[in-house]
Design a protein around this ligand. Sequence first.
Ligand code: NAD
Ligand code: UDP
Length: 343
Amino acid sequence: SAGPVAMPKASSDKVFPATRRLLRTEQQRILVTGGAGFVGSHLVDALMQQGHIVYVLDNLFTGRRENIEHWVGHPNFEFFQQDVVHPFFVEVTRIYHLACPASPPHYQANPIKTIKCSTQGCMNMLGLAKRCNARLLFTSTSEIYGDPQIHPQPESYWGNVHTWGPRACYDEGKRVGETMCFSYRQQHKVQVRVSRIFNTYGPRMDPLDGRVVSNFIMQALRGEPLTIYGTGKQTRSFQYVSDLVRGLIALMEGDYDDPVNIGNPQERTVEEFARSVASMCGSAGGVVMRPRPTDDPMVRRPNVARAREVIGWQPKVSLEEGLVPTIEYFKGVLGREDAKLPA
Ligand code: NAD
Ligand code: UDP
């Protein structure tokens, strides 16, 4: 009775982004934990485009399947939905260990989960690196410097971190993650790389993650006032995600194995940042002041001399350049949200 039924499209019909063809001997087998997140998915794109075999391990706690959907079904790609706190085994040559909730509202929502991820999860991945004789890159953070008393922050600074404040679950988790990396290096000769990442932004950020970049852009696009926490005189230095991904790969493939800051030294007060976002989004919503969060660092700016020297890396994208595609991305998010509203 019914007419011809359309056959479901075979997965081989899917059109994938272009990838280089590598010889088997040139191809790395790479595990990216947290690969469905903001930074991880951009890293996965770069590694896939280079022609490598990429496995993603992610529990989708803050990441999204859409971020990696364009690779699902590709012969070089595999996604495993699992928590890093559980043992996991694949045969790999490289491990980029990113899995960890990263924005203050996310990592503070369930601090014990954050600590387990940073301790048990990191231990599992170092154990895997040891077993496979793989090299592991750990994404540490500028947060290990806490509320810094040295400015800008060089890698030699040991930091100023509150051990039991609201940020401690994240900061101390990353600090012990670094400690574990260097203990595995010393005791088991595991090859480790440690990147200390400073505030990074770009397309695929979670619009609801509560970070200043996503909050301000979403507020500005909606014509709402931008929420400045505290005086707005505190500073951050914002790095565009493509610079970070280039830095992570350079660090992984280089020989240097002490910690390296990866960030953009262009420093702004939160107030100045609000002004830039408002003007670029054409917002007339103004600003509103909110209380300063406990232990919110007053200043943050990387010293990137070491990265320049040991991996020949420096950031290329200015804040004004990087905000353009980022704002476009958030416009798309808002467009999709509006489409879901009842007429
Ligand atoms: P994100 O939240 O977008 O990505 C984290 C990913 O890890 C998500 O996909 C999430 O689902 C996954 N994840 C979380 N807990 C997990 C678990 N227990 N098991 C498996 N997967 C888990 O955050 P992001 O900004 O992409 O950050 C990536 C990494 O870079 C994090 O380790 C973060 O600490 C670090 N970092 C980011 C920044 C930044 O500004 N974005 C700055 C410093 C450090
Ligand atoms: N911030 C703000 N308004 C917001 C969100 C954050 O003024 O809506 C401030 C926050 O207090 C901090 C800075 O912006 O001083 C960066 O905050 P974010 O959460 O993005 O990152 P982190 O504090 O981890 O650097």
